[in-house]
Design a protein around this ligand. Structure first.
Ligand SMILES: [Zn+2]
Length: 136
């Protein structure tokens, strides 16, 4: 009785379904990318520890703490994060230059310990994201 009409409507609904499914996919993608971008872009600052050319560990600059870093050649550095300031408070390295560098607190600033081959740098997550975007 209504078969023909339903048949016609089915075609309409089918197209509608594709549009709504595509819409849901697009929406979820937008939400995901917004979430992803906002997560990258909120300017969270991290302290990155590099040994040689590799990243050994990362610490949140916003969380105070004292961490022990053991270098690949056996030196032990004590890293302190206090109120947004990063410093090496003690080190077993020969020259103690890293301890003498005092505190750093700005993005892009580094403390280098040559004998231990350790590099401590402050990096903004937001900047990392932007750089990736330009490069990509
Ligand atoms: Zn040192």
């Amino acid at each position: 009785m209504r078969t023909k009409k339903t048949g016609q409507k089915k075609t309409v609904f089918y197209i509608g379904d594709i549009i709504s499914v595509a819409g849901v996919l697009l929406l979820s993608f937008l939400v995901w990318s917004l979430f992803f971008l906002s997560g990258k872009g909120d300017g969270e600052t991290v302290v990155v520890i590099e040994g040689g050319s590799k990243t050994v560990s990362e610490y949140d600059l916003g969380h105070d703490g004292v961490y022990q870093i053991t270098s690949s050649n056996g030196h032990i550095l004590t890293l302190e994060i206090n109120d947004g300031n990063v410093s090496v408070t003690s080190s077993t390295c020969d020259n103690g230059y890293c301890v003498g560098m005092g505190k750093i607190n700005g993005t892009g600033e580094t403390i280098v310990c040559a004998p231990a081959k350790i590099k401590i740098k402050i990096v903004s997550d937001g900047e990392v994201g932007q750089n990736d975007f330009i490069v990509g």
